[in-house]
Design a binder for this molecule. Sequence first.
Ligand code: HEM
Length: 178
Amino acid sequence: MTDVHTDAQRYDKIARLFHWAMALLIAYAAASILIGDELPRGALRTFLSTTHRTAGALVLVLLALRVIWRLFHKPPPLPSTMTPFQQKMAHFGHVGLYVLMALVPIVGVALTFRRGGTIDFGLFEIVSPLTADRAASKPIKEVHELVAYALFALVGVHLAAALWHQFVVRDNIMARMR
Ligand code: HEM
């Protein structure tokens, strides 16, 4: 197994922090809304839906900071054992993840504002600048769900690729993000 043990082969500390913080927030955003949807109306369902919006909005904030960070900190090169085609596929996959990680929360914010809802950050909340229009919010909800499921699918491919590298190719690629 190839060893990734020099700093030049790994993402820097801040990039790794962004990666894992966003992974956790996306997992929470997904779990909270999917579990909440199965519950009867009540305090727990309201809590899960409120924190879904907060976690999702934080994904957007962290994404903006992450993109700025990446512009000034070049990621380590992919292993030379990967063919140019594999490197291109990895690149497209990563661009796709960035696009969807922006699109899903942006449409989520649009949905919340169209419903006249709020985004609660504990110390302060962002109130919708729009008057509630439930009917107009319906197609926005559909788009939010569609792009969210596209994001989950691409995250699945991302995870499968990481596991394939780790256990089949055995190039220890996961150490780049540890
Ligand atoms: C990465 C971030 C996000 C992910 C992965 C995500 C995922 C989802 C998913 C999968 C659903 C639909 C669940 C179902 O099938 O019924 C949903 C619904 C919803 N999301 Fe998000 N979302 C994110 C960010 C946001 C943000 C930032 C907001 C608003 C600030 C938001 C507001 C909503 C609302 C209002 C619903 C509808 C809930 C309902 O009517 O039951 N989401 N989200």
